[in-house]
Design a protein around this ligand. Structure first.
Ligand code: R5P
Length: 312
């Protein structure tokens, strides 16, 4: 079966890098937007009988990128593709995995249903906000991890006086993982979300006095979490310097401004979403092309993905 790699408009640079790793080129598609806002998608090369992989993070703006993905999958199925896999390096809506208040939608579940309905037969996603998302899908969900590469990039920033910090309770397992890896103590910031942009911190558990904090998270969206966590850490006596590591650097809204106001020594993120140019931030970008091309090659050859998944 031939392998076909396609990309929507979300992150063609990453899709091209993955194609290069696989020794292939991207299949041609035409994606246009009609004057009323609708998308029209056409796959220009034959995919009949092909094993198709569509590389499309649902990066900002999430909704148009999601719709493009659904339309591309539908086009492939109708054109006779043998199998369609959605490769979603950043999975939006994953934070909406439950009803925190009475009349909210469970966005993550709905998005999973939409992806399934578009005839995607398998999903590959990277460091999704919560692993429970897998259970929302009735199709195989391959949850690969950028953590080994992020750990490698973080190594030079760890010293005896470092404390790994979870900026909220949700990140505490991740922080434990980094803490164990580097044999460093872990602190947890207790955060409540007030809105999409703002959070409030009540307290910090763990000793951070005179220590250099490394904040670890799955994603940085508006930077509100990082800003509030750092201010709380300073109040608790940490040193005036900061390293931040996260898989997904969305950097929307006031994020860049907020991060500039912090004594940031290094910000380490992957290229799961396109990053804004000229941020003037001390940014280190960990490329995902190796991880994603490895996952695609193994799936195409029906081989195990076990060592691409973080089981710890
Ligand atoms: C929340 O649970 C996530 O892990 C991140 O901490 C959060 O989504 C980051 O968003 P923001 O940068 O807008 O505070």
């Amino acid at each position: 079966m031939t392998l076909t790699l396609l990309s929507g408009t979300a992150h063609p640079a990453l899709a091209e890098a993955v194609a290069e790793q696989l020794g292939t080129v991207l299949g041609r598609c035409e994606i246009v937007r009609f004057p009323d806002g609708e998308f029209h998608v056409e796959v220009l090369d034959s995919v009949r009988g092909s094993d198709v992989y569509i590389v499309q993070p649902t990066s900002p703006l999430a909704d148009p990128h999601l719709i493009e993905l659904l339309l591309l999958a539908d086009a492939c199925r109708r054109a006779g593709a043998a199998r369609v896999t959605a490769v979603i390096p950043y999975f939006a809506y994953a934070r909406q995995d439950r009803r925190a208040r009475g009349r909210e939608a469970v966005g993550a579940r709905l998005v999973a249903d939409l992806i399934h309905a578009s005839s995607v037969q398998r999903v590959v996603a990277v460091d999704v906000h919560t692993p429970t998302i897998e259970g929302f899908f009735g199709i195989p969900f391959e949850h690969v991890s950028a953590l080994p590469s992020l750990i490698e990039a973080l190594g030079p920033h760890c010293a005896d006086q470092t404390t790994i910090v979870a900026p909220d309770l949700g990140a505490s397992r991740l922080a434990e993982r980094y803490g164990t890896e580097f044999n460093l103590p872990v602190a947890v910031v207790h955060k409540t979300r007030l809105s999409g942009e703002d959070v409030r911190v009540s307290h910090v558990t763990g000793d951070v006095r005179d220590r250099s904090p490394i904040i670890v998270d799955d994603m940085i969206s508006t930077g509100g979490t990082i800003e509030a966590a750092y201010l709380a850490l300073r109040e608790a006596g940490c040193r005036s310097e900061l390293v931040v590591v996260a898989t997904h650097g969305l950097l929307v809204g006031k994020a860049i401004e907020r991060l500039h106001a912090l004594p940031l020594r290094q910000l380490i993120v992957t290229d799961s979403v396109p990053l804004p140019e000229d941020t003037a931030l001390p940014l280190e970008i960990v490329g995902l092309q190796q991880l994603l091309s490895d996952a695609i090659r193994r799936l195409h050859e029906e081989r195990s993905l076990a060592d691409l998944i973080d089981h710890k």
